[in-house]
Design a protein. Sequence first.
Lengths: 228, 539
Amino acid sequence: MSEGHAQALVAEQFDDVEQQRGATSLGMWVFLATEVLFFGGLFCGYTLYRGLYSSAFEAGSHLLKIKFGASYTVMLICSSLTMALGVRAAQLRRRKALLIFLIITILLGAAFVFIKLRYEWYGDYLEHLVPGIDFAPEGENLVVIQRFGAALPHVSLFMFLYFVMTGVHALHMIIGVGLLATLFILAWRGHFTGGHYEPVEISGLYWHFVDIVWIFLFPLLYLIGGRY
Amino acid sequence: MSTVAVEVPALPDVHYLNVSYGWRSWLLTTDHKRIAWLYLLAITFFFFVGGAAATLMRLNLIEPQGSLLEPATYNKLFTVHGLIMIFFFLAPAVPAVLGNFLIPIMIGARDVAFPRLNLLSWYIFMLGGSVFLYAVIGGGVDTGWTFYTPLSTTYVNTNVISAAMGIFISGFSSILTGLNFVVTIHKMRAPGLTWFRLPLFIWSMYAASVIFILAMPVIAITMVLLMLERFFHVGIFDPALGGDPILFQHLFWFFGHPEVYILILPSMGVISELVAAFARKRVFGYSFVAFSSVAIAVISFLVWAHHMFVSGMSIYAGLVFSALSFAVAIPSAIKVFNWTATMYQGSVSYDAPMLYAIGFIGLFTMGGLTGLFLASLAVDVHVHDTYFIVAHFHYIMVGGAVMGYLGGIHYWWPKMTGRLYPEGWARLSALIIFIGFNLTFGPQFILGYVGMPRRYSVYPAEFQILNVMSSAGASILAVGYIIPLIYLLWSARYGPPAGPNPWGAKGLEWLTSSPPPTHNFEETPIVTEEAYAYAQEEA
């Protein structure tokens, strides 16, 4: 890369590419520290009530649709791989590979959000499992709850936590998909493959973080209660 | 030095204030110095709104039966006063105004690491502030600034959701500001400016920024849960479902206590600068003062439950939190002793900023020592939710944080505007504020100790004398705050030019012109000496 080209890629407040790269990456790590604390409040609530009402949480876990939870997990792990490959492609200045990996990641993320809202949550709604809107478990769901000897209000507490935790996570996914879509458009125009790959790298950090949150949510919500 | 002083100072031809004109050049600016001004205007507005609420409360409390307000209105006023002063004045005061203006200059950088993010923070702050004002104008909120559940989620009929939304939004402004400062301080320091050559203001701002980053997200998620619970009538704080309101208090204070240190740490940084500049000495025990800021930031996350000694908490947890709360006194005391030791045998001059600094040291000590009373379990049970608490935290927040802020504004005003403020008026108003403050809040210690609870619009007749004293003090305090508003505005236009270094102080900010150019320095400075190197010069 020529010296002149390098200068144009550096924002005016920075002295050189090195400083800019360090600052951008540190900025994202600090932001992720914020995110840990943001989700931390929810995990704290989860821990408290799981200890207090463990049978209700186990019964609640049985009300969730495991096949969705498991397929999200596969999708998100794959999307983390394609994201990492995308970052690598940007570093190696391979525009076409970057575009391909970005679009796969976007599709996986968008599919996650779509399936979650359209099929899983809507299914929960049809089964009257949404606290605050329509919570009156019936049929098989009610049998499960009774089998665990769980109190309905406590099960609704679990379902509330499930909706808030996965909801906040899904919101992060939507933001992530928007972020990657922006990257895709810019990458299409040839950004990021001229040595200025930090935006791809830090968006990747964000994407991995959101995936990791899911890796915690999946077992804590779907897999408890001696289900497997 | 004397040869520099005889030159008649003049404003530089081009500086950050006159480099471009028009509202677009301000509202779309990414210059950290202009963003500091945007914040200054916003928080000054909020300060006087919050102050007006306090004025009405003090007027009401002149008579035992309440002279002015319906009890419900009174409840809304103390809630609005608390929320505005904490979230929309004190939290952004020193960081977003002085921090924004000074951090890049003090470390020899052209701007913060993320200038556009910095502007975005201001817009988020204004959006949060607007939503909050909407909540206030549209009927107010009366839960107290703590939003305790189930009062806030079930029982009150006021605008809890919109108020909480305002707090939620403005929290992100603080998070992004903190993030920007941490990265700036890590990555943007001038050549030669090692961590232990940094001004202590930077250390304090760093510690406060870390708290912003780690505490603000917790209040954000707590506000989300609160809003959901109030809106859908279901949630994890609802006792009807087996939820625990105490969990809300834990989450709130896990944020709320570090927040207190967000408010005081930046002002402590200002005081370190002022004491060194006006005693003409390097701060005594520099590294102790620096690390005490970090220690305060760390310990601040471990003391939250001392707000909950009477909330129904295990006595053993109470013991632990009591002990940890005592521990926070150590770094605070280190600062007070070291500032005092800095003044010892220094050539102290009593300009207005130094008057504020001295006021800070005295009042903060009062606030801190009464904090130790409150950290003791038995005493806390006696004075919990009384005016003793009110007096204690106002000694920290007003006697400490606001004094530091005003001292800092005066000290750096010549740098921000390029002009000198009228020193006589400034000293007079510092004095008025000191007297007014002590008259307002001193009697409240006694009121609380003899049993007057906080947050009531009426009180037994025997408390009237002390309440009248407090209200009289508040009116003096109000005068003390209005005088600087007038003369600072006047001096921004008509004050005599200050020159680059009117105080003869050390620090990179005094090497550049006043006001500084847009990129702060004509060329990046190279630092070869430690901070506050006053001794070398006089030797």
